[in-house]
Design a protein around this ligand. Structure first.
Ligand code: ADP
Length: 461
């Protein structure tokens, strides 16, 4: 195999005994055509070439196939005129004598072929074409990257040998299979990372040859997403079970008439109310997060004065701060800190950060809110500073994940471990902003978020 200008790989050797006109004329283009015809079939098998890409490949393969057949049958000129092919063969260029038309058509096919090969080379899935003995005819760049450079060497079995044995069994079956028949294999590569892959083997008939197109997709990201979903369900169920158990036990005691004293009954009723509220908050947060992550939630943008909003939130939390003997104030508020944002969601984020600061700052502490304009990033930055417990460095990367709580903090205050994740979703996914924390154990924390002054084409006042 050698690389042609324009990245078009061809096979040098021609199988003996196939001297017919069609075959000799098709020789130069047969490889890409076969692969191109096979790829949409693999895509249809669920192997995810993007819809548009597979349409381009399919239509291109069909066009080249038609042109090559016409060329072989000698009906090329008029047919091509009718097609009005855009690949260099304009109607005016069609001369009446056969030879120039043939070279024109040959050129048009080469151009198309090179285009399709470039498309194959640009795919992130590994695509290979092998014969029924497993010898390589074609391998795209992704195949070399995924399986090693050697798989691109034509005429060797390096590609098939780098894949699990069930792929070879599927390839051996192509002789008996109908064109387009396919087999889907889920397995792991024999590389150091045991990369999980989905492989589709499609039977391809090219002239008299039985070939197999092999498409290999790395599905590590999908597997990881599945794992995270299962983990989320497991954690959510666990979090829901705790308040439910407490509710159940308390209600049972009331129902059994075990509690006779009126004050005790009232206390149990309060427990039920508190646990119900906790359960409700947990479910609400889970729904809010899933609505944002699934793209269902939309922010409704307006000009929001974040300094004024921060002051409003501080006022609302003042009673709670007094109850905890914590000094809560707006420390610094830049004038003109106006961003295009969703007011309700911004308030939710600030209140969440304030409530956390209050929860994790022991009595006698200080909490300050600051609102600044960062001219460099053209954003408004809101910070909530406390001199509370602080967060150990190892916990910081997980802090904005779902259901994460710093060990020991569970004893300090109740929580869901979802508040910061919701804040991150609101700030980053819905507003294109950024959220973060600087913290030191025993010294305190500064939680901050930045909202762009202009968002999605909206300008701040
Ligand atoms: P929770 O409902 O548990 O507060 P969050 O997602 O809001 O959930 O916070 C996750 C964890 O981050 C908390 O459980 C706590 O351990 C830690 N945390 C959040 N804010 C602070 C803070 N101001 N100081 C110290 N730790 C904090």
């Amino acid at each position: 195999m050698k690389n042609e200008p324009g990245g078009n790989r061809r096979v040098d050797s021609e199988p003996a005994g196939r001297g017919d006109a069609l075959h000799s004329r098709m020789h130069a283009w047969s490889l890409p055509i076969a692969v191109m015809a096979a790829i949409p079939a693999a895509a249809a098998a669920g192997l995810a070439l993007e819809g548009t890409a597979s349409w381009i490949v399919a239509s291109g393969a069909a066009a080249i196939g038609v042109a090559a057949t016409l060329l072989a049958s000698g009906r090329a000129p008029s047919a091509m005129q009718q097609q009005g092919d855009a690949a260099g063969a304009s109607a005016g260029e069609h001369a009446q004598d056969h030879a120039p038309n043939e070279s024109l058509l040959r050129r048009a096919i080469e151009v198309r072929s090179a285009e399709r090969t470039s498309l194959l080379e640009s795919l992130v899935d590994a695509v290979m074409l092998v014969d029924a003995h497993g010898e390589t005819r074609f391998a795209n760049r992704a195949a070399s990257e995924m399986l090693g450079e050697q798989v691109a060497v034509a005429g060797t079995r390096a590609a098939i040998e780098s894949l699990p044995p069930q792929v070879m069994r599927a390839v051996q079956g192509v002789a008996a299979a109908r064109a387009g028949e396919r087999r889907r294999i889920e397995c792991e590569l024999r590389d150091a990372e045991s990369t999980p892959v989905v492989i589709v083997v499609v039977s391809v008939k090219n002239g008299g040859d039985d070939l197999a197109a092999i498409v290999v997709r790395n599905v590590r990201a999908e597997r990881e997403a599945d794992r995270m979903k299962s983990e989320f369900v497991a954690k959510a169920s666990h979090e829901l079970r705790t308040p439910l158990s407490s509710l159940c036990a308390t209600a049972e005691m009331l129902a059994d008439g075990e509690i006779t004293e009126e004050t005790q009954r009232a206390e149990f009723a309060r427990i039920i109310l508190a646990e119900t509220a906790r359960l409700g908050a947990l479910v609400d947060r889970m729904l809010d997060i899933s609505r944002i992550e699934s793209g269902m939630a939309r922010a409704s943008f307006e000009q929001v004065d974040l300094a004024a909003l921060a002051a409003e939130c501080v006022n609302e939390q003042q009673n709670e701060a007094n109850r905890r003997r914590t000094a809560l104030s707006v420390g610094r508020a830049s004038a003109g800190a106006i961003a295009a944002a969703d007011r309700t969601l911004m308030k939710q984020v600030i209140l969440n950060l304030l409530s956390n600061a209050l929860k994790y700052t022991p009595e006698g502490g200080t909490i300050r809110v600051e609102v600044d304009i960062d001219n460099l990033s053209r954003s408004v930055v809101v910070s909530v500073r406390d001199n509370g417990l602080g967060i150990p460095a190892h916990a910081v990367p997980r802090l904005f994940g779902k259901f994460y709580r710093v060990e020991n903090h569970e004893r300090v205050a109740k929580g869901t471990g979802l508040g910061l994740n919701l804040c991150r979703n609101i700030v980053e996914s819905l507003h294109g902003g950024q959220i973060g924390v600087d913290s030191q154990v025993g010294v305190g924390s500064r939680f901050w978020f930045a909202i762009p002054l202009e968002h999605a084409g909206r300008k701040a006042a």
